[in-house]
Design a protein around this ligand. Structure first.
Ligand code: FAD
Length: 279
């Protein structure tokens, strides 16, 4: 933090956007600060603290739930909506992030923007077909599928501010599962698996299988999803889906696990998550 010359704490969104625009390239959004405390982007001399501009909490938007960017991961975990919607998937994933003190500090927006290979929420929001809302010189709403096609640092420009992530509300019967695999309870993920299944009777009409921590960015696995959609999946369908998930990705290097071991983890945990979601 030695290079910081200015600390701004705007009280309104417009004010924050103005400062970011005026000090283009030199100003950086400060949310929970857990990542910025370790590393400051090059050329930055101004921090714009967005904790007071009203970006905390959830808002029901009818067909979607808007999670505001400065909501902390601990707040997300405690909210009734995240404990109820999608079988409590959001709360379950939020409680897997880091440790209690860090969950009190890390924001949902920061976790989605500063996506690290081990970040827990991006894969879950991707599986839920979430959309990111960006304010700034070119206000836009970007599906997470596109947001994570490349690292967000490449698509967000200097004046951009993520204000919320929108999660569609479940339509009909929806079941889900999430697992984080690590060496200890506080370890960074070696793998995260999210499964969401939208059902019509017992038939799966839509399914998301998203993996985190095996590649630099979270990914959806359409090859696994297509083994499940349009049928009442049997155990064999789930085994086939899991085998396809393990076959399509080349896991990144990780000093804790070999690539073969991680492929095996994918095979085992995708099958278990499908089973949990669909049993
Ligand atoms: C020891 C440790 C362990 C951790 N373990 C885990 C873990 O197990 N799982 C996990 O998911 N995460 C974990 N994290 C958190 C993760 O690595 C990031 O530090 C965190 O998600 C960043 O969120 P933040 O709110 O603190 O963002 P900040 O540090 O404030 O910001 C990070 C970056 O995102 C930008 N940014 C933040 N918010 C916005 C916004 N609204 N609009 C535009 N840009 C924005 C900032 O400008 C900055 O460049 C851990 C962190 C630490 C320090």
């Amino acid at each position: 933090m030695g290079r910081i010359q200015h600390y701004e704490r705007p009280q309104k969104l417009d004010e924050a956007l103005r400062i970011l625009a005026e000090r283009k390239g030199k100003a950086c959004v400060l949310a929970g600060g857990t990542s910025l405390a370790l590393r400051l982007p090059p050329g930055v001399d101004t921090l714009v603290d967005i904790s007071r501009i009203g970006l905390t909490g959830l808002e029901d938007r009818g067909d979607s739930l808007a999670i505001r960017a400065c909501t902390t991961v601990a707040q997300l975990a405690a909210m009734p909506q995240s404990r109820q919607l999608y079988g409590g998937l959001l709360a379950r994933a939020a409680l897997c992030v880091a440790s209690t003190p860090l969950r009190n500090q890390i924001t949902v927006g920061g976790n989605l923007v500063q996506v690290m290979p081990w970040s827990d929420l991006p894969g879950v929001m991707l599986a839920l077909d979430g959309q990111i809302v960006i304010q700034g010189p070119s206000p836009r709403i970007v599906p997470l599928r596109d947001f994570y096609a490349a690292h967000p640092r490449n698509s967000l420009s200097a004046g951009d501010l993520v204000t919320e992530v929108r999660i569609p509300k479940p339509v009909g019967r929806v079941q889900s599962s999430f697992v984080k695999v690590g060496k200890t309870a506080f370890d960074y993920a070696g793998l995260t698996v999210t499964v969401v299944a939208w059902l019509s009777g017992n038939e799966v009409r839509k399914c998301s299988v998203a993996l985190g921590a095996v590649r630099p960015l979270p990914v959806r696995i359409p090859q696994a999803e297509e083994e499940i959609v349009g049928r009442i999946p049997t155990r064999d369908d789930m085994i086939r889906a899991a085998a396809r998930a393990a076959g399509v990705l080349e896991p990144s290097l990780d000093f804790r696990y070999s690539k073969d071991y991680r492929r095996q983890l994918i095979k085992v945990w995708v099958k278990r998550c499908l089973h949990e979601a669909l049993a």
